[in-house]
Design a protein around this ligand. Structure first.
Ligand SMILES: [Zn+2]
Length: 83
């Protein structure tokens, strides 16, 4: 197998031989495999993965769409107390 400059020796990067995408780690690689097929880049994006500037797919660390849920200060009180 020819040496792939995208996969330096000893790195954790992965190349999928099925679809030719590169992944920044094993977990991202496994996430893109579903029922014996490869997920498309569109599916990966919807799952929270993104292609980084170096050409590897990985989990998106920034989560800009995280919903902000405001909890009241007494949210840990047992709700049964008020019934
Ligand atoms: Zn694949």
């Amino acid at each position: 197998m020819a040496h792939d400059p995208m996969l330096p020796a000893g790195s954790r990067y992965c190349l999928c031989r099925g679809c030719g995408l590169y992944f920044g780690g094993d977990s991202a690689f496994r996430a893109h495999r579903a029922e014996g097929r490869c997920r498309s880049p569109e599916e990966l994006t919807s799952l929270g993965y993104r292609l980084n500037g170096r050409g590897y797919w990985g989990q998106d660390y920034k989560r800009p769409k995280r919903p902000k849920v405001a909890l009241p200060d007494n949210s840990y009180d047992d709700p049964e107390d008020d019934l």
